[in-house]
Design a protein around this ligand. Structure first.
Ligand code: C5P
Length: 217
């Protein structure tokens, strides 16, 4: 079985690259960010103040997440309901980034992620995959890109979905989320010592994936 860890900041191209890699290698793709987003969405829907760690911890036993691998990537179910689209908003991203600072939330999700790794060959993306979730991964990649480039990608993604967003606001949101993700005390976003850093700015998906496949060979 193989396991590939892809970490990096928001908008570095993790999901696009991880999905394409999984397709070429014939293994499944797991987007761990979607799991933190689903916890954030649960709090928003249930009027749980996500800034209150004890309230979020108390909600955890009521949150059941299921991941389904599909041809286009993955679907995520929150207590049986498909929330794959509902989790893709800035509001949910901000809630996700906050709940991701809580130890109990991380412990719960990390143990589910490790379980998936035991069952199947996979490409998993997130912030702590190479450092915490699977330190023994076959290959670890740390993807980066300039914050302008990353905000532009998110802007196009939202636009394609018909959502109206302002580029300057997105740059600011991305920088805030990066700051929070890399400065939290538990499992901050950081490159694993043995991860290969790949800068995706100005590179095509095919160039990046080919490069990673060479690293794997
Ligand atoms: O990857 P995505 O932007 O969807 O992740 C949403 C949030 O979930 C991130 O900003 C980060 O705070 C959190 N996250 C995390 N660890 C992961 C994946 C995501 O803390 N492995």
């Amino acid at each position: 079985m193989i396991s590939i860890a892809i970490d990096g900041p928001a908008g570095a191209g993790k999901s696009t690259i991880a999905k394409e890699l999984a397709k070429r290698l014939g293994c499944i793709y797991v987007d761990t960010g979607a799991m933190y987003r689903a916890v954030g969405l649960y709090c928003l829907r249930q009027n749980i103040d996500y800034n209150e760690e004890t309230e979020v911890n108390a909600a955890l036993p009521h949150i059941k997440l299921d991941i389904e691998a599909i041809k286009e990537g993955q679907k995520i179910y929150l207590n049986g309901q498909d929330v794959s689209t509902a989790i893709r908003t800035s509001e949910v991203a901000a809630a996700a980034s906050k709940v991701a600072t809580y130890g109990e939330v991380r412990k719960t999700l990390v143990s589910q992620q490790r379980q998936m790794k035991e069952e199947k060959s996979l490409v998993m993306d997130g912030r702590d995959i190479g450092t915490v979730v699977m330190p023994d991964a076959t290959l670890k990649i740390f993807l980066t890109a300039s914050s302008e480039e990353r905000a532009k990608r998110r802007y196009l993604e939202y636009k394609q979905k018909g959502m109206v967003v302002d580029l300057q606001t997105l740059i600011q949101e991305i920088e805030e989320r990066d700051y929070q993700d890399s400065h939290r005390s538990i499992s901050p976003l950081k490159k694993a010592e043995d991860a290969k850093e790949v800068d995706t700015t100005f590179k095509t998906v095919d160039e990046i994936v080919t490069h990673i496949l060479h690293l794997l060979a």
